[in-house]
Design a protein around this ligand. Structure first.
Ligand code: SAM
Length: 279
């Protein structure tokens, strides 16, 4: 008997039009579906004509249930994992199951689709070549500020999930720790009727949310621009000007090498500036 396959299937984050045809096909074909909340997912599955049996796999039972799922996979059943919305395991259950499945030699197949994190990043107008996903911050302000303080010097774009009732206090803490001038993006109710995508310095974003109680409802992703480089790493005006002139005519690597020769500044620093910081 061949072992079955575990499919990790993304579902929409609001707009049902984001369900992929492959997700529907896989969910129809598998023997059963593990869902975070079976009542919630039953509605989605009914909408797409999927009548596959559901069982619950959530943060409170996933350790016990995962072992049983792996037994069924080893016995030859194909099984799909979904969460309430978006991509499983992204601040959602499923890690123990995928780990156990791999350890048992089961094939694990992703069926990609919506995720609030990637949707927010894709439209935010912030650097996305590198980013740090921090998931949910601690609910209490002292612990939250402590985590934020540890991230204050992080150069990569920071991404957070936040519950609606904590959005305002989290923005207050972010403005206090990162400074009101740091650029940020609120991506709220993505793909839904009252979608907001607001890009502004943290101080302004805070006032925007404070002034409009509608913005304090619904689901939100917060993105924060990475920290500026430390002063010692900032390229002086003259090498910067020359590097920019050369980069307009030459490949970046060559422009950096030439600007370094002309100005005496470090080639790596100029290259880094041309690639990562030039507007
Ligand atoms: N697995 C999901 C994903 O791939 O996006 C995330 C699950 S996590 C439990 C729920 C959080 O995701 C929400 O609190 C919010 O931060 C974010 N989220 C989910 N749907 C969203 C939406 N439509 N717009 C903005 N944020 C959303």
């Amino acid at each position: 008997m061949n072992a079955g396959t575990l499919y990790v299937v993304a579902t929409p984050i609001g707009n049902l039009g984001d369900m992929t045809p492959r997700a529907v096909e896989v969910l129809q074909r598998v023997a059963r579906i593990a869902a975070e909340d079976t009542r919630h997912s039953a509605g989605l599955l009914r909408h797409f004509g999927i009548h596959t049996p559901l069982f619950a796999l959530h943060e409170h039972n996933e350790r016990e249930v995962s072992a049983e799922v792996v037994r069924r996979l080893l016995a030859g059943e194909d099984i799909a994992l979904i969460s309430d919305a978006g991509t499983p395991l992204i601040s959602d259950p499923g890690f123990p199951l995928t780990r156990l499945a791999h350890e048992a030699g089961i094939r694990v197949v992703p069926v990609p689709g919506a995720s609030a994190l990637i949707a927010a990043l894709s439209a935010a107008g912030l650097p996305t070549d590198r980013f740090a996903f921090e998931g949910f911050l601690p609910p209490k302000s002292a612990a939250r500020r402590h985590v934020l303080e540890g991230l204050a010097g992080e150069r990569r774009t920071l991404a957070f999930y936040e519950a609606p009732h904590r959005l305002l206090e989290t923005l207050e803490d972010m403005a206090a720790v990162f400074g009101p001038e740091r650029l940020a993006v609120l991506a709220r109710e993505l793909t839904k009727t009252f979608e907001t995508l607001r890009r502004a310095p943290l101080g302004e974003l805070l006032e925007f949310v404070r002034a409009d109680s509608d913005q304090q409802r619904g689901e939100a992703v917060l993105l924060v621009h990475g920290a500026p480089p430390p002063a010692a790493d900032v390229l002086a005006d003259e090498p910067r000007r020359i590097a920019e002139l050369l980069a307009a005519e030459l490949p970046v690597k060559q422009a950096a090498a030439l600007a370094a020769k002309i100005t005496g500044a470090k080639k790596n620093q100029i290259y880094d500036y041309l690639v990562n910081e030039r507007q």
